[in-house]
Write a new protein. Sequence first.
Length: 481
Amino acid sequence: MSDSSGRWFGRLFKKEPQPEPTTLDAATWNKKGNSLDNTGRPKEAIRCFDKALECDPENVDAWYNKGFSLRWLGRNEDAILCFDKALELDPRRGAAWYNKGNSLISLGQAEQAISCFDHALELDPSSIDIWFHRGNVLDDLHRPDEAIRSFERAIRLNLRRPDIWYRKAQVEDSLGNSQDALLSYQQFLVFDRNQSVERVNLARRRFQQLSGKPLAKALPQEDVESDPLNAAALYDKANSLKNSGRFEEAIPCYDMTLEFYSHNARAWSNKGACLHSAGRYDEAIFCFDKALDLDPDNAAAWSNKSRSLRRLAREEEANVCRDRALETRLRFNFIKFNTENDRAAFLEGGRTAYSGLDAYPESAELWFDKAKYLAALGDHEEAIRCCEQALKIDPRSFRAWTGKGVSLAQLGGYEQSIECFDKALEIDPGHAYVWDNKSLSLLALAGSHLRFGHVDESNRYMKESKRCADKARELDPTPDT
Protein backbone atom coordinates (compact mmCIF):
# COMPACT_ATOMS: atom_id res chain seq x y z
CA MET A 1 0.00 0.00 0.00
CA SER A 2 1.27 3.47 -0.79
CA ASP A 3 2.49 5.68 2.04
CA SER A 4 -0.46 8.03 1.94
CA SER A 5 -3.17 5.44 1.32
CA GLY A 6 -2.21 3.59 4.50
CA ARG A 7 -2.90 6.73 6.51
CA TRP A 8 -6.30 7.34 4.94
CA PHE A 9 -7.32 3.70 4.93
CA GLY A 10 -6.25 3.26 8.53
CA ARG A 11 -8.66 6.00 9.52
CA LEU A 12 -11.51 4.46 7.54
CA PHE A 13 -11.14 0.97 8.99
CA LYS A 14 -9.83 1.79 12.42
CA LYS A 15 -9.18 -1.21 14.63
CA GLU A 16 -9.00 -1.60 18.37
CA PRO A 17 -5.45 -1.68 19.84
CA GLN A 18 -3.95 -5.14 19.59
CA PRO A 19 -2.54 -6.87 22.65
CA GLU A 20 1.24 -7.07 22.73
CA PRO A 21 2.76 -10.48 22.12
CA THR A 22 3.58 -12.28 25.33
CA THR A 23 6.87 -13.68 24.05
CA LEU A 24 9.75 -11.74 22.57
CA ASP A 25 9.78 -13.33 19.14
CA ALA A 26 11.15 -11.27 16.21
CA ALA A 27 8.74 -12.71 13.63
CA THR A 28 5.75 -12.01 15.88
CA TRP A 29 6.79 -8.42 16.56
CA ASN A 30 7.50 -7.88 12.85
CA LYS A 31 4.11 -9.24 11.88
CA LYS A 32 2.36 -7.00 14.40
CA GLY A 33 4.37 -4.01 13.16
CA ASN A 34 3.36 -4.64 9.54
CA SER A 35 -0.28 -4.93 10.56
CA LEU A 36 -0.12 -1.57 12.36
CA ASP A 37 1.76 0.04 9.46
CA ASN A 38 -0.80 -1.15 6.92
CA THR A 39 -3.63 0.36 9.00
CA GLY A 40 -2.02 3.79 9.27
CA ARG A 41 -0.32 3.60 12.67
CA PRO A 42 3.40 3.98 11.90
CA LYS A 43 4.52 5.14 15.35
CA GLU A 44 3.17 2.00 16.98
CA ALA A 45 4.61 -0.05 14.12
CA ILE A 46 8.10 1.35 14.75
CA ARG A 47 7.93 0.31 18.40
CA CYS A 48 7.14 -3.23 17.24
CA PHE A 49 10.03 -3.26 14.76
CA ASP A 50 12.34 -2.08 17.55
CA LYS A 51 11.15 -5.00 19.67
CA ALA A 52 11.86 -7.35 16.76
CA LEU A 53 15.39 -5.94 16.49
CA GLU A 54 15.95 -6.43 20.23
CA CYS A 55 15.24 -10.11 19.59
CA ASP A 56 17.24 -10.30 16.37
CA PRO A 57 19.52 -7.33 15.55
CA GLU A 58 20.16 -8.71 12.05
CA ASN A 59 16.53 -9.14 11.06
CA VAL A 60 16.59 -7.56 7.60
CA ASP A 61 12.78 -7.36 7.37
CA ALA A 62 12.55 -5.39 10.62
CA TRP A 63 15.24 -2.91 9.49
CA TYR A 64 13.51 -2.39 6.15
CA ASN A 65 10.02 -2.10 7.66
CA LYS A 66 11.22 0.35 10.29
CA GLY A 67 12.77 2.48 7.54
CA PHE A 68 9.52 2.39 5.57
CA SER A 69 7.49 3.59 8.58
CA LEU A 70 10.04 6.28 9.42
CA ARG A 71 9.86 7.61 5.85
CA TRP A 72 6.08 7.72 6.16
CA LEU A 73 6.53 9.98 9.20
CA GLY A 74 8.92 12.25 7.30
CA ARG A 75 11.96 11.15 9.32
CA ASN A 76 14.00 10.58 6.19
CA GLU A 77 17.49 10.68 7.71
CA ASP A 78 16.55 7.99 10.24
CA ALA A 79 14.84 6.02 7.47
CA ILE A 80 18.02 6.03 5.37
CA LEU A 81 20.02 4.60 8.30
CA CYS A 82 17.53 1.72 8.47
CA PHE A 83 17.55 1.11 4.71
CA ASP A 84 21.36 1.11 4.77
CA LYS A 85 21.36 -1.51 7.52
CA ALA A 86 18.86 -3.62 5.56
CA LEU A 87 21.05 -3.34 2.44
CA GLU A 88 24.15 -4.25 4.42
CA LEU A 89 22.37 -7.47 5.38
CA ASP A 90 20.72 -8.02 1.97
CA PRO A 91 22.16 -5.93 -0.91
CA ARG A 92 19.62 -7.41 -3.33
CA ARG A 93 16.57 -5.93 -1.64
CA GLY A 94 15.37 -3.68 -4.47
CA ALA A 95 12.59 -2.05 -2.43
CA ALA A 96 15.18 -0.81 0.08
CA TRP A 97 17.20 0.82 -2.71
CA TYR A 98 14.05 2.42 -4.12
CA ASN A 99 12.79 3.77 -0.81
CA LYS A 100 16.25 4.97 0.16
CA GLY A 101 16.19 6.92 -3.11
CA ASN A 102 12.81 8.43 -2.24
CA SER A 103 14.10 9.50 1.17
CA LEU A 104 17.15 11.09 -0.45
CA ILE A 105 14.87 13.07 -2.77
CA SER A 106 12.97 14.38 0.24
CA LEU A 107 16.31 15.57 1.62
CA GLY A 108 17.21 17.31 -1.64
CA GLN A 109 19.88 14.76 -2.62
CA ALA A 110 18.59 13.92 -6.09
CA GLU A 111 21.89 12.76 -7.61
CA GLN A 112 22.36 10.15 -4.90
CA ALA A 113 18.71 9.14 -5.37
CA ILE A 114 19.32 8.37 -9.05
CA SER A 115 22.14 6.03 -8.02
CA CYS A 116 19.74 4.20 -5.69
CA PHE A 117 17.09 3.92 -8.41
CA ASP A 118 19.74 2.46 -10.74
CA HIS A 119 20.60 -0.18 -8.14
CA ALA A 120 16.89 -1.00 -7.79
CA LEU A 121 16.49 -1.28 -11.57
CA GLU A 122 19.46 -3.64 -11.83
CA LEU A 123 17.49 -5.96 -9.56
CA ASP A 124 14.09 -5.31 -11.16
CA PRO A 125 14.35 -3.76 -14.63
CA SER A 126 10.61 -4.24 -15.20
CA SER A 127 9.51 -1.74 -12.54
CA ILE A 128 7.44 0.88 -14.37
CA ASP A 129 7.17 3.18 -11.36
CA ILE A 130 10.93 3.31 -10.77
CA TRP A 131 11.65 4.16 -14.42
CA PHE A 132 8.94 6.84 -14.30
CA HIS A 133 10.10 8.29 -11.00
CA ARG A 134 13.70 8.23 -12.22
CA GLY A 135 12.65 10.23 -15.29
CA ASN A 136 10.96 12.88 -13.17
CA VAL A 137 14.06 13.27 -10.99
CA LEU A 138 16.34 13.49 -14.03
CA ASP A 139 14.13 16.25 -15.42
CA ASP A 140 14.40 18.11 -12.10
CA LEU A 141 18.19 17.78 -12.45
CA HIS A 142 18.00 19.43 -15.91
CA ARG A 143 19.01 16.22 -17.70
CA PRO A 144 16.05 16.10 -20.13
CA ASP A 145 17.48 13.66 -22.68
CA GLU A 146 18.10 11.07 -19.97
CA ALA A 147 14.64 11.77 -18.53
CA ILE A 148 13.01 11.05 -21.89
CA ARG A 149 14.93 7.77 -22.21
CA SER A 150 13.72 6.78 -18.75
CA PHE A 151 10.10 7.60 -19.66
CA GLU A 152 10.51 5.56 -22.85
CA ARG A 153 11.63 2.55 -20.83
CA ALA A 154 8.51 2.89 -18.65
CA ILE A 155 6.29 3.21 -21.74
CA ARG A 156 7.74 0.03 -23.26
CA LEU A 157 6.58 -1.77 -20.13
CA ASN A 158 3.10 -0.21 -20.17
CA LEU A 159 1.87 1.72 -23.19
CA ARG A 160 -1.39 2.76 -21.52
CA ARG A 161 -0.11 4.95 -18.67
CA PRO A 162 -1.31 8.48 -19.54
CA ASP A 163 0.74 10.12 -16.79
CA ILE A 164 3.97 8.87 -18.37
CA TRP A 165 2.97 10.09 -21.84
CA TYR A 166 2.10 13.48 -20.34
CA ARG A 167 5.45 13.94 -18.60
CA LYS A 168 7.33 12.75 -21.69
CA ALA A 169 5.39 15.29 -23.77
CA GLN A 170 6.23 18.10 -21.33
CA VAL A 171 9.97 17.40 -21.44
CA GLU A 172 9.98 17.05 -25.24
CA ASP A 173 7.99 20.27 -25.52
CA SER A 174 10.49 22.11 -23.31
CA LEU A 175 13.31 20.97 -25.62
CA GLY A 176 11.47 22.20 -28.71
CA ASN A 177 11.03 18.64 -30.06
CA SER A 178 7.67 19.53 -31.57
CA GLN A 179 6.98 16.32 -33.48
CA ASP A 180 7.85 14.07 -30.54
CA ALA A 181 5.81 16.22 -28.16
CA LEU A 182 2.87 16.18 -30.58
CA LEU A 183 2.83 12.38 -30.61
CA SER A 184 3.17 12.15 -26.82
CA TYR A 185 0.36 14.64 -26.19
CA GLN A 186 -1.78 12.69 -28.64
CA GLN A 187 -1.06 9.40 -26.84
CA PHE A 188 -1.87 11.04 -23.51
CA LEU A 189 -5.29 12.10 -24.84
CA VAL A 190 -5.93 8.62 -26.25
CA PHE A 191 -5.07 6.73 -23.07
CA ASP A 192 -6.36 9.28 -20.56
CA ARG A 193 -8.97 8.04 -18.10
CA ASN A 194 -9.30 10.33 -15.08
CA GLN A 195 -6.43 12.78 -15.36
CA SER A 196 -6.97 16.28 -14.03
CA VAL A 197 -8.98 18.70 -16.14
CA GLU A 198 -6.02 21.09 -16.10
CA ARG A 199 -3.73 18.48 -17.69
CA VAL A 200 -6.27 17.50 -20.33
CA ASN A 201 -6.90 21.12 -21.28
CA LEU A 202 -3.18 21.85 -21.50
CA ALA A 203 -2.56 18.77 -23.66
CA ARG A 204 -5.43 19.70 -25.98
CA ARG A 205 -4.23 23.28 -26.27
CA ARG A 206 -0.61 22.29 -26.96
CA PHE A 207 -1.70 19.70 -29.52
CA GLN A 208 -3.69 22.32 -31.39
CA GLN A 209 -0.80 24.81 -31.23
CA LEU A 210 1.79 22.27 -32.41
CA SER A 211 -0.37 20.69 -35.12
CA GLY A 212 -2.36 23.74 -36.22
CA LYS A 213 -5.53 21.61 -36.15
CA PRO A 214 -8.70 22.08 -34.05
CA LEU A 215 -9.65 19.32 -31.64
CA ALA A 216 -13.04 17.97 -32.72
CA LYS A 217 -15.69 16.94 -30.23
CA ALA A 218 -17.88 14.64 -32.31
CA LEU A 219 -16.83 13.38 -35.72
CA PRO A 220 -18.18 11.27 -38.60
CA GLN A 221 -16.22 8.22 -39.69
CA GLU A 222 -14.67 9.83 -42.77
CA ASP A 223 -12.99 12.45 -40.57
CA VAL A 224 -11.57 9.76 -38.32
CA GLU A 225 -10.04 7.98 -41.30
CA SER A 226 -8.10 11.08 -42.29
CA ASP A 227 -7.00 12.50 -38.93
CA PRO A 228 -5.67 10.55 -35.94
CA LEU A 229 -6.47 13.46 -33.63
CA ASN A 230 -10.14 13.06 -34.50
CA ALA A 231 -9.83 9.40 -33.51
CA ALA A 232 -8.57 10.56 -30.12
CA ALA A 233 -11.62 12.84 -29.78
CA LEU A 234 -13.88 9.98 -30.84
CA TYR A 235 -12.28 7.78 -28.18
CA ASP A 236 -13.24 10.43 -25.61
CA LYS A 237 -16.78 10.35 -26.97
CA ALA A 238 -16.91 6.53 -26.77
CA ASN A 239 -15.79 6.60 -23.16
CA SER A 240 -18.36 9.27 -22.34
CA LEU A 241 -21.13 7.16 -23.88
CA LYS A 242 -19.93 4.09 -21.99
CA ASN A 243 -19.80 5.94 -18.68
CA SER A 244 -23.36 7.21 -19.16
CA GLY A 245 -24.65 3.68 -19.86
CA ARG A 246 -25.23 4.15 -23.61
CA PHE A 247 -23.38 0.96 -24.51
CA GLU A 248 -24.85 0.28 -27.96
CA GLU A 249 -23.93 3.81 -29.09
CA ALA A 250 -20.43 3.51 -27.65
CA ILE A 251 -19.56 0.30 -29.53
CA PRO A 252 -19.35 1.82 -33.06
CA CYS A 253 -17.32 4.73 -31.65
CA TYR A 254 -14.80 2.23 -30.26
CA ASP A 255 -14.80 0.43 -33.64
CA MET A 256 -13.86 3.64 -35.44
CA THR A 257 -11.24 4.50 -32.82
CA LEU A 258 -9.65 1.07 -33.23
CA GLU A 259 -9.28 1.56 -36.97
CA PHE A 260 -6.59 4.10 -36.07
CA TYR A 261 -5.47 2.80 -32.69
CA SER A 262 -5.63 -0.96 -33.02
CA HIS A 263 -2.83 -1.12 -30.40
CA ASN A 264 -4.97 0.60 -27.75
CA ALA A 265 -5.59 -2.16 -25.19
CA ARG A 266 -7.92 0.02 -23.15
CA ALA A 267 -10.16 0.71 -26.16
CA TRP A 268 -10.46 -3.06 -26.76
CA SER A 269 -11.20 -3.61 -23.09
CA ASN A 270 -13.79 -0.83 -22.94
CA LYS A 271 -15.48 -2.09 -26.10
CA GLY A 272 -15.60 -5.54 -24.49
CA ALA A 273 -17.22 -4.06 -21.37
CA CYS A 274 -19.92 -2.44 -23.54
CA LEU A 275 -20.54 -5.70 -25.39
CA HIS A 276 -20.84 -7.52 -22.07
CA SER A 277 -23.39 -4.98 -20.82
CA ALA A 278 -25.31 -5.45 -24.06
CA GLY A 279 -25.41 -9.23 -23.46
CA ARG A 280 -23.04 -10.05 -26.35
CA TYR A 281 -20.69 -12.21 -24.29
CA ASP A 282 -18.79 -14.08 -27.04
CA GLU A 283 -17.93 -10.81 -28.79
CA ALA A 284 -16.94 -9.31 -25.45
CA ILE A 285 -14.51 -12.16 -24.77
CA PHE A 286 -12.93 -11.64 -28.20
CA CYS A 287 -12.30 -7.97 -27.30
CA PHE A 288 -10.88 -8.82 -23.88
CA ASP A 289 -8.52 -11.31 -25.53
CA LYS A 290 -7.34 -8.61 -27.95
CA ALA A 291 -6.73 -6.27 -25.00
CA LEU A 292 -4.79 -8.94 -23.13
CA ASP A 293 -2.65 -9.77 -26.17
CA LEU A 294 -1.56 -6.12 -26.15
CA ASP A 295 -1.36 -5.71 -22.37
CA PRO A 296 -1.25 -8.95 -20.33
CA ASP A 297 -1.32 -6.88 -17.13
CA ASN A 298 -4.70 -5.28 -17.84
CA ALA A 299 -6.49 -6.33 -14.67
CA ALA A 300 -9.82 -4.86 -15.79
CA ALA A 301 -9.77 -7.00 -18.94
CA TRP A 302 -9.04 -10.16 -16.93
CA SER A 303 -11.84 -9.31 -14.49
CA ASN A 304 -14.39 -8.50 -17.19
CA LYS A 305 -13.46 -11.56 -19.22
CA SER A 306 -14.17 -13.60 -16.09
CA ARG A 307 -17.65 -12.05 -15.88
CA SER A 308 -18.44 -12.81 -19.53
CA LEU A 309 -17.21 -16.39 -19.22
CA ARG A 310 -19.39 -16.88 -16.17
CA ARG A 311 -22.45 -15.70 -18.10
CA LEU A 312 -21.69 -18.48 -20.59
CA ALA A 313 -21.40 -21.02 -17.73
CA ARG A 314 -17.67 -21.51 -18.39
CA GLU A 315 -16.92 -21.52 -14.67
CA GLU A 316 -13.44 -23.03 -14.67
CA GLU A 317 -12.12 -20.54 -17.24
CA ALA A 318 -13.88 -17.72 -15.39
CA ASN A 319 -12.12 -18.61 -12.14
CA VAL A 320 -8.71 -18.63 -13.88
CA CYS A 321 -9.34 -15.14 -15.27
CA ARG A 322 -10.61 -13.86 -11.92
CA ASP A 323 -7.43 -15.08 -10.22
CA ARG A 324 -5.27 -13.48 -12.93
CA ALA A 325 -7.07 -10.17 -12.29
CA LEU A 326 -6.42 -10.40 -8.57
CA GLU A 327 -2.78 -11.43 -8.99
CA THR A 328 -2.18 -8.59 -11.45
CA ARG A 329 -3.72 -5.96 -9.18
CA LEU A 330 -1.66 -7.26 -6.28
CA ARG A 331 1.59 -7.36 -8.26
CA PHE A 332 1.34 -3.70 -9.28
CA ASN A 333 0.52 -2.38 -5.81
CA PHE A 334 2.84 -2.44 -2.81
CA ILE A 335 1.43 -4.34 0.17
CA LYS A 336 3.68 -6.11 2.62
CA PHE A 337 2.88 -9.68 3.70
CA ASN A 338 4.64 -11.49 6.49
CA THR A 339 3.99 -14.97 5.16
CA GLU A 340 2.62 -16.69 2.08
CA ASN A 341 -0.43 -17.60 4.16
CA ASP A 342 -1.17 -13.90 4.73
CA ARG A 343 -0.93 -13.29 1.01
CA ALA A 344 -3.20 -16.26 0.28
CA ALA A 345 -5.77 -15.01 2.80
CA PHE A 346 -5.75 -11.57 1.19
CA LEU A 347 -6.33 -13.07 -2.26
CA GLU A 348 -9.12 -15.27 -0.91
CA GLY A 349 -10.85 -12.17 0.41
CA GLY A 350 -10.69 -10.69 -3.08
CA ARG A 351 -12.08 -13.87 -4.64
CA THR A 352 -14.98 -13.79 -2.21
CA ALA A 353 -15.79 -10.18 -3.10
CA TYR A 354 -15.68 -10.91 -6.84
CA SER A 355 -17.58 -14.21 -6.77
CA GLY A 356 -20.21 -12.83 -4.38
CA LEU A 357 -21.12 -10.15 -6.90
CA ASP A 358 -21.43 -12.74 -9.66
CA ALA A 359 -24.16 -14.38 -7.59
CA TYR A 360 -25.71 -11.25 -6.05
CA PRO A 361 -25.04 -8.24 -8.31
CA GLU A 362 -27.72 -6.15 -6.52
CA SER A 363 -25.98 -6.31 -3.14
CA ALA A 364 -24.71 -2.88 -2.08
CA GLU A 365 -22.65 -4.47 0.72
CA LEU A 366 -20.83 -6.76 -1.73
CA TRP A 367 -20.06 -3.83 -4.02
CA PHE A 368 -18.58 -2.01 -1.04
CA ASP A 369 -16.56 -5.11 -0.04
CA LYS A 370 -15.08 -5.15 -3.53
CA ALA A 371 -14.36 -1.41 -3.29
CA LYS A 372 -12.62 -1.90 0.04
CA TYR A 373 -10.45 -4.66 -1.43
CA LEU A 374 -9.51 -2.58 -4.49
CA ALA A 375 -8.71 0.45 -2.35
CA ALA A 376 -6.43 -1.68 -0.19
CA LEU A 377 -4.59 -2.57 -3.42
CA GLY A 378 -4.32 1.12 -4.30
CA ASP A 379 -6.77 0.93 -7.22
CA HIS A 380 -8.85 3.88 -6.05
CA GLU A 381 -10.41 4.64 -9.42
CA GLU A 382 -12.02 1.19 -9.57
CA ALA A 383 -12.89 1.43 -5.87
CA ILE A 384 -14.81 4.65 -6.56
CA ARG A 385 -16.77 2.94 -9.35
CA CYS A 386 -17.71 0.11 -7.00
CA CYS A 387 -18.84 2.58 -4.32
CA GLU A 388 -20.94 4.39 -6.93
CA GLN A 389 -22.53 1.08 -7.91
CA ALA A 390 -23.31 0.43 -4.23
CA LEU A 391 -24.88 3.90 -3.96
CA LYS A 392 -27.10 3.29 -6.99
CA ILE A 393 -28.51 0.32 -5.10
CA ASP A 394 -28.56 1.97 -1.67
CA PRO A 395 -28.20 5.78 -1.79
CA ARG A 396 -27.96 5.85 2.01
CA SER A 397 -25.04 3.46 2.35
CA PHE A 398 -22.87 5.10 5.00
CA ARG A 399 -19.89 2.87 4.21
CA ALA A 400 -20.09 3.49 0.45
CA TRP A 401 -20.17 7.29 0.87
CA THR A 402 -17.23 7.10 3.27
CA GLY A 403 -15.23 4.71 1.09
CA LYS A 404 -15.81 6.85 -1.98
CA GLY A 405 -14.63 9.90 -0.05
CA VAL A 406 -11.45 8.17 1.08
CA SER A 407 -10.57 7.03 -2.45
CA LEU A 408 -11.34 10.44 -3.94
CA ALA A 409 -8.98 12.00 -1.40
CA GLN A 410 -6.31 9.50 -2.40
CA LEU A 411 -6.62 10.71 -6.01
CA GLY A 412 -6.43 14.37 -4.97
CA GLY A 413 -10.17 15.04 -5.34
CA TYR A 414 -10.42 16.74 -1.95
CA GLU A 415 -13.48 18.87 -2.66
CA GLN A 416 -15.44 15.86 -3.96
CA SER A 417 -14.25 13.79 -1.00
CA ILE A 418 -15.62 16.38 1.41
CA GLU A 419 -19.02 16.17 -0.32
CA CYS A 420 -18.97 12.39 0.22
CA PHE A 421 -18.00 12.71 3.88
CA ASP A 422 -20.82 15.22 4.36
CA LYS A 423 -23.26 12.70 2.85
CA ALA A 424 -21.98 10.04 5.22
CA LEU A 425 -22.32 12.38 8.20
CA GLU A 426 -25.89 13.24 7.23
CA ILE A 427 -26.65 9.53 7.57
CA ASP A 428 -24.68 9.01 10.79
CA PRO A 429 -22.81 11.95 12.37
CA GLY A 430 -21.35 9.85 15.18
CA HIS A 431 -18.28 8.35 13.52
CA ALA A 432 -14.97 9.95 14.46
CA TYR A 433 -13.03 8.57 11.50
CA VAL A 434 -15.31 10.33 9.00
CA TRP A 435 -14.81 13.65 10.78
CA ASP A 436 -11.09 12.86 10.84
CA ASN A 437 -10.94 12.16 7.10
CA LYS A 438 -12.96 15.29 6.33
CA SER A 439 -10.47 17.23 8.46
CA LEU A 440 -7.58 15.84 6.40
CA SER A 441 -9.21 16.77 3.08
CA LEU A 442 -9.85 20.30 4.34
CA LEU A 443 -6.24 20.52 5.50
CA ALA A 444 -5.05 19.45 2.04
CA LEU A 445 -7.21 22.18 0.44
CA ALA A 446 -5.80 24.73 2.89
CA GLY A 447 -2.28 23.80 1.84
CA SER A 448 -3.18 23.97 -1.85
CA HIS A 449 -4.65 27.47 -1.54
CA LEU A 450 -1.68 28.63 0.50
CA ARG A 451 0.75 27.50 -2.22
CA PHE A 452 -1.10 29.74 -4.68
CA GLY A 453 -1.11 32.70 -2.30
CA HIS A 454 -4.82 32.48 -1.44
CA VAL A 455 -4.27 33.18 2.25
CA ASP A 456 -7.88 33.98 3.18
CA GLU A 457 -9.20 30.80 1.55
CA SER A 458 -6.42 28.79 3.16
CA ASN A 459 -7.29 30.15 6.60
CA ARG A 460 -10.97 29.36 6.06
CA TYR A 461 -10.21 25.73 5.19
CA MET A 462 -7.72 25.48 8.06
CA LYS A 463 -10.33 26.73 10.55
CA GLU A 464 -12.91 24.24 9.25
CA SER A 465 -10.32 21.44 9.36
CA LYS A 466 -9.63 22.17 13.03
CA ARG A 467 -13.37 22.16 13.78
CA CYS A 468 -13.72 18.70 12.21
CA ALA A 469 -10.63 17.39 14.00
CA ASP A 470 -12.03 18.66 17.31
CA LYS A 471 -15.32 16.90 16.58
CA ALA A 472 -13.44 13.67 15.88
CA ARG A 473 -11.56 13.96 19.20
CA GLU A 474 -14.86 14.69 21.00
CA LEU A 475 -16.32 11.46 19.62
CA ASP A 476 -13.14 9.44 20.12
CA PRO A 477 -10.76 10.95 22.68
CA THR A 478 -8.26 8.10 22.24
CA PRO A 479 -5.02 9.68 20.88
CA ASP A 480 -4.07 8.54 17.36
CA THR A 481 -0.44 7.63 18.04
